[in-house]
Design a protein around this ligand. Structure first.
Ligand SMILES: [Zn+2]
Length: 183
């Protein structure tokens, strides 16, 4: 934990993580009491934000149900939705015959609208196997598709050094293909 006092800050307080450290930036004029109050408040807010970004498997199921209801008329009904650590470079995968969806744990910590896109993408595969017009037509009412795809492509480029802008998942049979195609 590190508190940074800044003369340039008039009244804004912000907090962020730098690796293992938590930084809270406060205006230089803050008293010790204000510092204590705001550091506590900002650390709690940061933790709440991180909890929202790392939902449990149960919360993933609830979110998927909500997204299906809102954007797919409730027609996509997965039997299970869970985090997975062996998705390789894919962001998610589904097995339509079994109704199971897995989301790469690399998506944990990404903004909510990115997770929503990945969930909705896999939910849509329960209705449409490929990536043809019918697939994208199902998702058309989700407003953040282009932004989320851009985010994921940028992330992959920065992290993996690849500009592979292909749709980053396989629609079916995630147990059939080797999950990790990087090698
Ligand atoms: Zn897909």
């Amino acid at each position: 934990m590190e508190v940074r006092r800044s003369r340039r800050r008039a009244r804004t307080v912000s907090a962020w993580r730098e690796g293992p450290r938590t930084i809270v930036a406060i205006p230089a004029r803050f008293t010790r009491a204000q510092e204590r109050e705001w550091v506590g408040r900002m650390v709690e807010r940061l933790a709440a934000q991180e909890r929202r970004r790392r939902p449990s498997d149960a919360q993933l199921v609830a979110r998927a149900t909500e997204l299906s209801r809102r954007y797919l008329g409730g027609r996509a009904v997965p039997t299970s939705v869970r985090w997975s650590s062996n998705q390789g470079r894919r962001w998610g995968s589904c097995t339509p015959a079994e109704g199971t969806i897995r989301i790469s744990d690399r998506v944990q910590g990404m903004p909510r609208w990115v997770l929503d896109y990945v969930l909705l993408h896999e939910l849509t595969h329960l209705l449409q196997p490929g990536h043809g017009q019918a697939f994208w037509a199902e998702m058309v009412s989700y407003p953040h598709t282009q932004r989320a795809r851009g985010f994921l492509e940028g992330y992959a480029f920065a992290r993996d050094g690849t500009d592979d802008s292909d749709v980053p998942d396989e629609p079916a049979g995630d147990d059939v293909e080797p999950a990790d195609r990087e090698g």
